[in-house]
Ligand binder design. Sequence first.
Ligand SMILES: NC(=O)C1=CN([C@@H]2O[C@H](COP(=O)(O)OP(=O)(O)OC[C@H]3O[C@@H](n4cnc5c(N)ncnc54)[C@H](OP(=O)(O)O)[C@@H]3O)[C@@H](O)[C@H]2O)C=CC1
Ligand SMILES: CC(=O)N[C@@H](CCC(=O)OP(=O)(O)O)C(=O)O
Length: 346
Amino acid sequence: MVRVGIIGATGYAGGELVRLLLGHKDVDIKWYGSRSYVDQAYASVYQNMFQLVDAKCLDDNMEAMADQVDVIFTATPQGLCASLVNEEILKKVKIIDLSADFRIKDVSVYEKWYGIEHKAPQYIEEAVYGLCEVNREKVKKARLVANPGCYPTCSFLSVYPCVKEGLIDPNTIIIDAKSGTSGAGRGAKVDNLFCEVNENIKAYGVAGHRHTPEIEEQLGYAAGEPVLINFTPHLVPMQRGILVTVYASLKKDVTYEEVKAVYDKYYNDEFFVRVLNKDVCPQTRWVEGSNFVDVNFKIDPRTKRIIMMGAMDNLVKGAAGQAVQNMNLMFGFEEAEGLRMAPVFP
Ligand SMILES: NC(=O)C1=CN([C@@H]2O[C@H](COP(=O)(O)OP(=O)(O)OC[C@H]3O[C@@H](n4cnc5c(N)ncnc54)[C@H](OP(=O)(O)O)[C@@H]3O)[C@@H](O)[C@H]2O)C=CC1
Ligand SMILES: CC(=O)N[C@@H](CCC(=O)OP(=O)(O)O)C(=O)O
């Protein structure tokens, strides 16, 4: 059994990790880390865990945790993981960080977009960007994994085949993204109150969202050259789910069959990426509660652009599910262990 500790187990991403890990046959959760609920029963924070989890919440002492577990998930605000991690800890445990602390390789870019000083830049180079479909072999050997962001996961996987195969000009990419409110976390914020979100839709972070450089960096690796994009997220009145609609200019005339063959080349063997049938547009309801990303595309010969689409559950493939997928790779388990659940409906 792999012994697991979670720092931030009381947040939305941490709660989803608990739900998924309870269904993993090779995992024993030893430490439910919290800041505000220390000594309180975990199931009193999340009543869906009544009679399923008896443990009480513990603190966020990463050093003490490292003596008792094999892997630590940090599902905490930006900057916390970097402020806790050190060599002693990394000698004892593997770390999967769900925050953005180790996603961006250029520390000055991280500090600019996140507005905080990076407390452990010495580990940025070593950290592996945990997008399993692309970095699978590196993840297997990693001791520190940077779990990708939710919007970046959905955006990147939706366009990756077209960028990698040079079908589109990557610098013409425009990503229109929408997220449910759980993406903003459980902490109380006026913007996320029912009356603010319900019956409403709005853009936010326009021309300045912190996921922009993360998406650009990963697309840059795929394109083999620096990439600049426009990324506009929207908050929609749903609990879970991300939908992205991505526009880009085609470099040459292509047929549906040619582009479909490119998507199949990259995703035929990827269990969690489903390329939908012709003309079927991804919907968040068809992936909810699952680790799937549904993708598809449509060519617009009039404008010589291609429209690429993706849908994903922000808390699963966008956070906890992808983190478990990474853990499976790091510990030599079957990659889909604990993650084979079908999406819920309705
Ligand atoms: N929500 C999502 O869809 C996604 C989230 N993520 C990332 O996961 C991380 C957590 O996000 P999310 O679950 O939404 O956030 P929440 O606000 O729901 O949860 C934050 C968690 O961190 C804990 N925490 C907060 N401050 C501290 C601190 N100073 N020391 C220790 N623990 C602390 C909280 O503990 P307590 O409750 O006890 O105060 C809580 O458990 C973030 O980095 C986020 O970017 C990544 C992808 C998607
Ligand atoms: C709706 C909403 O607010 N979403 C969050 C993104 C989710 C998240 O926590 O970001 P990471 O994926 O980088 O961890 C935001 O826009 O900042």
